[in-house]
Design a protein around this ligand. Structure first.
Ligand code: GAP
Length: 464
């Protein structure tokens, strides 16, 4: 086996183990699983739904809620939008998607499978020998649907392949109501759909996924400066949610590879087990979209700058990230296997998801030592309720404590709290009103006072 194949084998093995853990602990399930699944679609279980919510919250908090601080500590407005998935079909004509949002596709004449012409399989044809490919032809990735009770040419509509176009077509309304001035941004989180020819690498390339996009409107001539600013800024954001800098890269697109709307584009890429792949595209869209929609509708006038008295069509920098890809990056980065003592003189494997505590789906788990002792359960419930308003807390009273730790390790819970007989002061009066606080990464258990718990967790969270 050459080293590339070994690498691919290891990556596949790791992705298999990760997807097994994701199913076992409720991060990700195959969509429609009991009907055999549907290729390119995924469901997120309780832990995965919370992980995604934490990603959205971190992004929205940073860019929308807190008012974004840009270069030289200036505050810039970034306001939210939540637009419909199905929009007027003319929008996709104007934006160029009906014409150009396609991938080259080939068919194998022998096995009848379809492939992206730029991602041909390295393995042979399952029917035998090599694949026998047709000429490449363009395949539009937009999902078509029909609006209203009659299906005909005029009822055709599309599920949006990006959230960005809704921002452009609502730009004028948002500008009017927001009383803001350029530079400013409009942010949106929402589902997008692409009928990908080969969905692959677990959730990495799906047919339904979620985007977090900002269209940042700027003065003409400032595009290069803002483009660089957003690249630096987004790298820092990825680090803030726990992706290590050494696994993050910036890759510029060659001019011949640019999307039809972009004058320059760079991707933030990440070292996934299956290779360095795109997390986010950051494009300089110039005034392409606003100009196109203005021409098509006559409803977007040039912007008037009250300070410089100039009129112009704003230019746009677009940081466009995929929530599912960020979740997958966090999952692959968090996954660790360790050999630890099993407490009986032997060894066992500990599977532990080392999420950044601020992004982990559960921050603290609370256990009563025994579920059939009401005095332990009542104290643990009081702690659970106390912490619940500030943190993501999970209750667990099943099985022995060691098993509960292992379960929480697989969920990536940074801290576990156990209420035992010492908490009740039955064994040592000095330990009354204390609990065990166990750390996921060091596995160290310490005795802390219940009244200090909220502050201890707050301090440890902010230290990350
Ligand atoms: N509005 C710009 C735009 O749509 P894009 O690079 O095509 O740009 C942006 O998509 C991001 O959306 C990607 O960087 C990726 O994170 C995510 N994305 C795109 N296609 C995806 C797919 N099939 N499955 C999961 N995520 C996808």
């Amino acid at each position: 086996m050459d080293s590339d194949n070994r690498q691919t084998g290891r990556a596949a093995n790791l992705m298999d183990k990760l997807s097994a853990l994701c199913k076992r602990r409720g991060f990700i399930f195959q969509s429609s699983e009991i009907y055999g699944g549907l290729n390119g679609f995924w469901d997120y279980g309780p832990a995965g739904a919370q992980l995604k919510q934490n990603i959205r919250n971190a992004w929205w908090r940073e860019y929308v809620r807190n008012g974004h601080t840009g270069p030289e500590n200036q505050k810039y407005d970034i306001v939210g939008l939540d637009a419909a998935i199905i929009m007027h079909p003319s929008i996709w004509k104007t934006s160029g998607h009906t014409e150009s949002f396609s991938d080259p596709m080939v068919d194998c004449r022998k096995c009848k499978q379809r492939f992206r012409a730029d991602q041909l399989p390295s393995a042979g044809c399952p029917v035998g020998g090599n694949h026998d490919f047709t000429e490449a032809r363009e395949f539009n990735l937009m999902f078509r649907t029909s609006v209203g009770p009659v299906e005909n040419d005029t009822s055709i509509a599309y599920l949006r392949p990006e959230t960005a176009q809704a921002i452009f077509v609502q730009y004028q309304n948002v500008l009017t109501v927001s009383r803001t001035k350029i530079p400013f941004g409009i942010a949106q989180i929402g589902k997008a759909f692409r009928n990908e020819i080969n969905p692959r690498n677990y959730t990495f390339r799906s047919r339904e996924f979620e985007m977090m996009e900002i269209e940042f409107f700027i003065h003409p001539g400032t595009g290069e400066m803002w483009h660089k600013y957003w690249l630096d800024n987004r790298l820092k954001w990825y680090e803030s949610i726990g992706l290590p800098r050494e696994k993050l890269f910036i890759e510029w697109h060659a001019s011949e590879d640019l999307a039809h709307y972009a004058s320059a584009c760079a991707d933030v890429t990440f070292q996934f087990p299956f290779g360095v792949q795109e997390l986010e595209g950051i494009a300089n869209r110039g005034d392409f979209d606003l100009t196109q929609h203005a021409r098509a509708t006559g409803k977007i006038p040039p912007y008037f700058d009250p300070e410089t008295k100039e009129r112009f069509m704003p230019h746009v920098i677009e940081p466009s990230a995929g929530v599912d890809r960020i979740a997958l990056a966090l999952l692959t980065n968090a996954y660790h296997e360790e050999t630890v003592s099993d407490g009986k003189g032997g060894e066992e494997i500990r599977y532990v998801m080392r999420f950044h505590p601020g992004i982990a789906p559960v921050t603290v788990a609370v256990f009563p030592l025994l579920r059939n002792r009401p005095e332990l359960v009542a104290r643990a419930e009081a702690i659970f309720e106390m912490l619940r308003s500030d943190y993501l807390v999970q209750w667990d009273d099943r099985g022995n404590i060691g098993k509960r730790y292992r379960y929480q390790d697989e969920l990536g819970t940074p801290w576990c709290i156990t209420v035992d007989f010492e908490t009740l002061g039955q064994e040592d009066a000095k330990l009354k009103d204390t609990v065990t606080l166990r750390d996921r990464d060091t596995m160290i258990q310490e005795r802390v006072r219940i009244e200090d718990l909220t502050a201890i967790i707050r301090d440890r969270l902010s230290a990350f």
